[in-house]
Structures are given as structure tokens and as C-alpha cells.
Design a protein around this ligand. Structure first.
Ligand code: 13P
Length: 252
């Protein structure tokens, strides 16, 4: 499989007007050629900014992705955007199942499975998000919860190079708190085991597993060097090009 070892993805969430998106994308484009060769850079802006961000990133090697998609190709779905539309706009990836969608938009595992399948249909690579709540972690159920989500949301028979999964503990998002290295390694191992069991050692073993939740340049190296951690999904720190690129630099 010829994909770079690490996928470094910025989830801009609902931040920035057009001029902010232009400036941030230009900052990423300017530094992208100095990012380590083992990294693939991706930014996921709000839908409305995808076109201008794509233009700003052209030729830099950094890619653009969506933050969500509907599972249908088209139809009466007010406010939604299809995977085909994202592909048409130049996206190569789409995030599905982010905890802010699971929680704020009541999306469950079957809906996320359908979105991941829609992304593959459209030729996009889904980044499927999973993660336990604080109560689930305190109850000792982090691995079990995440493995269940992995099995329920991952399309059967998928080629491992066509998807990525992101472990984002709900309580670590935007909180400044991160699990310990051992805790991250244990969950990523549980994800790997579930994927290998589902898809076989080759496909399951080749899927990149990202960690997300309060990743910043100062803690990225200790996380990126863990077994079964193959990238980062970055919220707050991806809104500064310097920090986003600084996280990628730790993968060298
Ligand atoms: P933060 O990096 O701001 O914690 O957000 C993580 C996240 O939700 C990325 O999808």
C-alpha cells in the first residue's frame, strides 16, 4: 500500500469567515512542502469554504475534505450535502460520525455506517470517528465501547487503504485533557483487533488509526509514536497553520 504512514487531518468545525479560511489555507499551503514525507495533510473546512480552500491548496500537496455527508445521492434533504457533491468539489476525504454529530444531531452507528458507505460509493475516503464518553471510561468500558462502534460503523469488505478511523474520546475534545499513552495504546489495539477480525489481517492491519482530542504540537510526538497510531484528527490546533504543521512535523 502506497499511502503515507501518517494522516494529519484538521477539522476546522464551524469556524472562520471566507477571509479567515483563505488565510489559514494559504498558511497550510506555504508550509506543506516542508512537512515530513511520511505525512499526508488534510484540512476539512466548513462546506461553504471548500471551494476557496481547494483553490488556495492547489499544487501544495495538502488535500481538502468534508466534515460530514448525507448517505443519499440527492433528494429532499434540506440543509444536507451528499458525498458526490463533496467529491465534485475536489474533496478526497470526509469525516463521518464525529461525536458532535452523534450528540448534537442524534446520529447513531447505523447512520454512520450508511454515511461511510456513501463516501466509498462517491470515491471519497471516510474518516470514521469513534470514542467513549467520560462515563463509559470511568465504568471501565472504553475499549469495549470503541470496538463495538468500530464493528458497527465500518463497511464490510472495505479495502483498508480507502478508509481511516479516528479515536476521539468525547471527554478529550476541546477540553485540554488527553488519555494517558497507555490508555490510547489500549484503545487503538482494540480497534486494530476488531478491524483485523472483521476484514482480515491485510485490510484491517493497513487501516490508519488516528487519535483526536486536544492534540497540540507539544503533546503530538508522544502520541504519534505509539503503536497503532497513524495520524491525528485535530480541532482547535488546526485553526493555526503553524500549530497544524507543527503537529505534522513531530511525525518525522
Ligand atoms: P480538539 O483538537 O479541539 O480537541 O478537537 C478534536 C476534534 O474534535 C477533531 O475532530
Amino acid at each position: 500500500m502506497s499511502q503515507p504512514e501518517y494522516l494529519i487531518a484538521g477539522n476546522w468545525k464551524m469556524n472562520g469567515l471566507g477571509a479567515d479560511a483563505d488565510a489559514l489555507a494559504k498558511g497550510v499551503a506555504a508550509g506543506a512542502s516542508s512537512a515530513p514525507a511520511v505525512t499526508e495533510l488534510l484540512v476539512c473546512p466548513p462546506y461553504l469554504h471548500i471551494d476557496r480552500v481547494s483553490a488556495a491548496l492547489a499544487g501544495s500537496g495538502a488535500q481538502v475534505g468534508g466534515q460530514d455527508c448525507h448517505n443519499e445521492i440527492s433528494g429532499a434533504f434540506t440543509g444536507d450535502v451528499s458525498a458526490e457533491m463533496l467529491a465534485d468539489m475536489g474533496c478526497s476525504y470526509v469525516i463521518v460520525g464525529h461525536s458532535e454529530r452523534r450528540d448534537g444531531h442524534r446520529e447513531g452507528d447505523p447512520a454512520i455506517w450508511a454515511k461511510a458507505s456513501a463516501a466509498l460509493r462517491a470515491g471519497l475516503k471516510p474518516i470514521i470517528c469513534v470514542g467513549e464518553t467520560e462515563q463509559e471510561r470511568l465504568a471501565g468500558k472504553a475499549e469495549e465501547t470503541v470496538a463495538r462502534q468500530v464493528r458497527a460503523c465500518t463497511p464490510d469488505g472495505v479495502d483498508g487503504s480507502k478508509i481511516a478511523l479516528a479515536y476521539e474520546p468525547v471527554w478529550a475534545i476541546g477540553s485540554g485533557r488527553t488519555p494517558t499513552r497507555d490508555e490510547i495504546a489500549a484503545v487503538h489495539k482494540a480497534m486494530r483487533d476488531a478491524l483485523e477480525d472483521m476484514l482480515g489481517a491485510d485490510a484491517g492491519g493497513g487501516i490508519r488509526l488516528l487519535y483526536g482530542g486536544s492534540v497540540k504540537p507539544s503533546n503530538a510526538k508522544e502520541i504519534m509514536t505509539l503503536d497503532n497510531v497513524n495520524g491525528a484528527l485535530i480541532g482547535g490546533a488546526s485553526l493555526k497553520a503553524e500549530d497544524f504543521l507543527g503537529i505534522a512535523a513531530t511525525c518525522a
